[in-house]
Design a protein around this ligand. Structure first.
Ligand SMILES: [Zn+2]
Length: 249
């Protein structure tokens, strides 16, 4: 018989009270509660654009202006949205655990940092950042509108969005820090992600591999591929469930 949500929340809060290390993996679901449009893998379209055209190295090579137009629109959207109670609750979790807290996100919108989180590992890059195609320098340009084809302030070459596209590798240092935080965690949360994108999804089984005592928890709107990999799942809005958990610890 499945545990009632109240019992699950009790299990989570009890474990959190004894925990030293808490790691959270978030995905598009938590940002969707703030109004950030999400990519739908079902039809391969992102806001009407085929992903091959706007989110792959080949798309960039063929038509960089088209790619930039897409990212200018995403940047403009993110400039209008605000963190929701889910983001705020995660910031409070960080306040509680200090250096023992790590937030790994697949989101590129910066909403966790906007909510005040400091220890954020952005696995897929950031919309506010650009990267030079020549000298590789990464610059934070905020969310102000940019030129159609923005250029590097150092070497004047074209810059691209500092986003990990499909077919590209994750940034190595950020990935290795994510693995370290995952293996060290006493409680590991998966929030707003269906865990279909590897290697990020590989973090979920990794959380228990080195420490079987680690409690793994999924918070998603509905059951996902992650549901089979975790100890317990609570289904509903992160913005409603996380504040309840926070009140219990
Ligand atoms: Zn440069």
């Amino acid at each position: 018989m499945p545990m009632l949500d109240q019992e699950k929340i009790e299990t989570i809060t009890q474990r959190l009270r004894k925990a030293n290390s808490v790691t959270v993996l978030t995905g598009a679901g938590i940002s969707a509660e703030s109004g950030v449009p999400t990519f739908r893998a079902s039809d391969g379209l992102w806001e009407g654009h085929p992903i091959q055209e706007v989110a792959t190295p080949r798309g960039w090579y063929r038509n960089p202006e088209n790619v930039w137009r897409f990212y200018h629109a995403r940047r403009a959207n993110v400039a209008t949205v605000k963190p929701n109670p889910g983001h705020v609750a995660l910031k409070q979790l960080e306040d509680r655990f200090g250096d023992g807290f790590t937030l790994i996100t697949q989101n590129v919108d910066g909403l966790h940092q906007q909510a005040g989180c400091r220890n954020v590992l952005e696995l897929h890059g950031a919309l506010r950042e650009v990267r030079c195609t020549k000298c590789q320098r990464v610059e934070d340009r905020g969310l102000e509108p940019l030129d159609l084809m923005p250029i590097c302030t150092t070497c004047r070459a074209n810059v691209r969005p500092n986003i990990v596209w499909f077919e590209e590798a994750l940034p190595e240092l950020i990935w290795s820090k994510s693995v370290d935080a995952t293996v060290a965690s006493d409680v590991f949360f998966v929030i707003g992600t269906s865990a279909v994108v590897y290697p990020a999804a590989g973090l979920i089984p990794m959380a228990k591999r080195y420490n079987p005592e680690t409690l793994t928890v999924e918070i998603n709107l509905t059951r996902t591929d992650a549901s089979e990999m975790v100890d317990l799942g609570i289904y509903g809005k992160a913005g409603e469930i996380l504040p309840i958990i926070l009140r219990g610890i």
